[in-house]
Write a protein that binds this ligand. Structure first.
Ligand SMILES: C[S@@+](CC[C@H](N)C(=O)[O-])C[C@H]1O[C@@H](n2cnc3c(N)ncnc32)[C@H](O)[C@@H]1O
Length: 315
């Protein structure tokens, strides 16, 4: 699997803010090199192990490197990232050189580096996502704990698109439904669906790494043991009558999915779509109206939109 690496040369004081911006934009993790730490390291007896050449460019300040799965379309999110970093100066933060560079990397040892930035996320009164390696005590009996180790798959729960989708699932699920989770990533939406009362859940992803991560996460959550996880391209070749179809994928891929979602959805069912950046709302809505859907509810967080759609049934 390939990853897109986005690095920003900045100042030490902007590290946390820039890391947050990257995680909110969908990074699976960030790695940080801070000249202040390196100074300490160089005076460390083991400092000789460090290849000083490689850190020459961060002799001053710091470098935040974020890793995005190749399924995230960077041209769509980079303008927002740049804008948000530039905005930090208005909060009085020194953003240093603010030089941004891109490259492609292959899966490597960064895989676990991001874990220290991943903490429990309270999605709502009913759903909290807790990293597998953290202790957490629920605040009430209503609070369901989704235990996750997303590994290299998308779906830590921290991304606005995942949050919006979870909120939409809370609205439509009443208990006893059949759910199709298209582009399951870490499996977070399937696990939440089971907690919210779904009877049968089918989770699909094109990416084998995600399929494996989702299977492992089902095993971490007893409620989701019977979720059927499989590799599949969207709903191609699937023939199920579902009460709920949920897809948190890029806008252009959602448009491809729409006809098969219509075919697999009961007349009374709900189709939840998320992952839609503001600029793409119009083309997605055009495609869903053309297929025979209407919008029931709209959800928005920052620049991201999600919709609950119903079939438009003529009286
Ligand atoms: C934005 S992530 C969403 C993950 C998770 N469902 C969530 O809400 O956090 C989108 C997922 O869709 C998967 N995906 C992309 N194209 C796909 C396709 N054609 N068929 C199935 N899955 C696909 C990606 O591998 C990725 O895991």
């Amino acid at each position: 699997m390939k990853w897109n690496q986005v690095s920003v040369l900045t100042s030490s004081e902007a590290i946390d803010a820039i890391s947050n911006i990257m995680m909110e934009a969908g990074a699976n993790g960030v790695a940080i090199e801070d000249a202040l730490d390196l100074e300490n390291f160089k005076s460390d007896p083991y400092g000789e192990l460090l290849d000083i050449e490689t850190i020459d460019h961060i002799r001053e300040g710091a470098e935040v490197t974020a890793y995005f799965p190749e399924t995230i379309f960077l041209p769509e999110i980079l303008p927002t990232i740049k804008h948000k970093i530039a905005e930090l100066t208005s909060f009085g933060l020194d953003i240093g050189k603010n030089e941004l560079s891109l490259s492609e990397v292959v899966e490597s040892d960064w895989a676990t580096a991001w874990k220290k930035y991943y903490h429990p996320v309270m999605i709502s009164r009913y759903l909290t996502i807790v990293p597998d390696w953290q202790e957490y005590t629920p605040h009430s009996e209503d609070e369901h704990i989704i235990t996750l180790d997303p590994g290299m798959a998308f779906g830590t729960g921290t991304h606005p698109t995942t949050r919006l989708t979870l909120q939409a699932l809370e609205v439509v699920l009443r208990g006893g439904e059949t759910v199709l989770d298209v582009g399951t990533g870490s499996g977070v939406l399937s696990i939440a669906s089971k907690y919210l009362g779904a009877k049968e859940v089918y989770a699909y992803d094109l990416d084998e790494v995600a399929v494996q991560a989702a299977q492992e996460n089902m095993a971490l959550n007893p409620v989701a043991q019977d979720v059927h996880v499989a590799a599949n391209n969207l709903l191609v070749g699937i023939d199920t009558q579902a009460d709920v179809i949920v897809a948190n994928i890029l806008a252009d891929i959602i448009i491809e999915l729409v006809p098969d979602a219509y075919r697999n959805l009961k007349d009374t069912g709900s189709f939840i779509i998320s992952g839609i950046i503001e600029d793409k709302v119009d083309i997605v809505l055009e495609a869903v109206y053309a297929a025979g859907f209407e919008v029931d509810q709209t959800f928005k967080q920052k620049d991201w939109f999600a919709f609950i759609l119903n079939k438009k049934i003529e009286e």
